[in-house]
Design a protein around this ligand. Structure first.
Ligand code: CA
Length: 289
């Protein structure tokens, strides 16, 4: 492709950034199979800052039957790095593989494979494979009503912080209504799913968490090691929000996580734990309030 092309099937653009520039609400940017390599002095792979509109998502979809792979492993700016940095709403990502975001600064926390911020809301992340990043797979810092559907996040590990920041999925937003459905988190060095200090209500359902809390591919202990960690405000009595969120954890399975399968993490006010299955975790259910 070439970004000077008209962006048709026979004369495609080269970059996703150019696709975003051309797209309007309701459009679909189809991404052909193959490798998209980001390297050098970059801190952001792709910045998404153009929104769709209500129920008119801008769609970034794999071309039918093909597999686009985004390789961020060559990015080396002296900063915390982002693979996809999402600051927009009403977007729909489908069928993409993202990997390799590095942790360049060794004295700060993790980088992110996908990070939602600036009230990024009403987005859909579907059928993605996020792996081998030195930070969380998908992290909602700010935004509401995002749906993370059938996404895998695995083998993420931040070695310079002993793995304590690489969760498969993190939801830490003031906005409510974020849902993880049909997702799988495994061999992440910290937790599979983590909702610590999220003032907004989060839901995880029909999902799997296993082998978290280890260095990927090994049984060597790394970070916290919860399959699904669904709370945490009770850890710091000075930081309670006015309304403590009641997160929803239902119809999930957690196994072989190093510390806990399901963990309330000192959460006050209760969490809905409904029909979850746990086995062979350090502790299967730790509902410490
Ligand atoms: Ca965590």
């Amino acid at each position: 492709g070439n970004d000077a092309n008209p962006g048709t099937e026979t004369q495609p653009f080269a970059t996703l950034a150019r696709g975003q520039m051309a797209a309007a609400a309701g459009d679909t940017v189809l991404i052909r199979g193959g490798e998209y390599v980001y390297s050098g002095n970059l801190s952001v792979g792709v910045l998404f800052n153009k929104s769709g509109s209500a129920n008119q998502h801008i769609k970034y979809w794999a071309y039918p039957g093909e597999r686009p792979i985004f390789d961020f492993s060559g990015m080396n700016a002296q900063a915390r790095l982002y693979g996809f940095r999402v600051q927009a709403s009403w977007l729909h990502f489908r069928g993409l593989e993202l990997h390799g975001v590095q942790q360049i600064l060794t004295d700060q926390n993790e980088s992110w494979c996908i990070r939602l911020e600036s009230n990024a809301s009403n987005n859909v992340f579907e059928n993605l494979d996020l792996h081998h990043n030195e930070g969380p797979g998908l992290f909602i810092a700010a935004g509401s009503n995002n749906l993370v559907l059938n996404v895998d996040s695995h083998d993420n590990y931040d070695p310079d912080r002993n793995g304590e920041n690489s969760d498969g999925f993190g939801c830490h937003s003031t906005g409510a209504g974020n849902v993880f459905r049909g997702c799988r988190a495994w061999w992440n060095s910290d937790d599979g799913f983590d909702f610590i200090n999220s003032p907004g209500v989060c839901t995880v359902e029909y999902s799997w968490a296993f082998l978290n809390g280890y260095q990927p591919g090994t049984m060597t202990a790394a970070g916290n090691g919860a399959g699904i960690k669904a709370g945490g405000f009770g850890l710091d009595t000075g930081s309670f929000p006015a309304t403590v969120p009641r997160h929803v954890v239902r119809f999930n399975v957690a196994f072989q996580n190093r510390s806990q399968g399901f963990y309330a993490n000192h959460h006050p006010g209760g969490i809905d734990w409904i029909h979850n299955t746990a086995f062979n975790n350090g502790v299967n259910f730790n509902l410490l309030a």
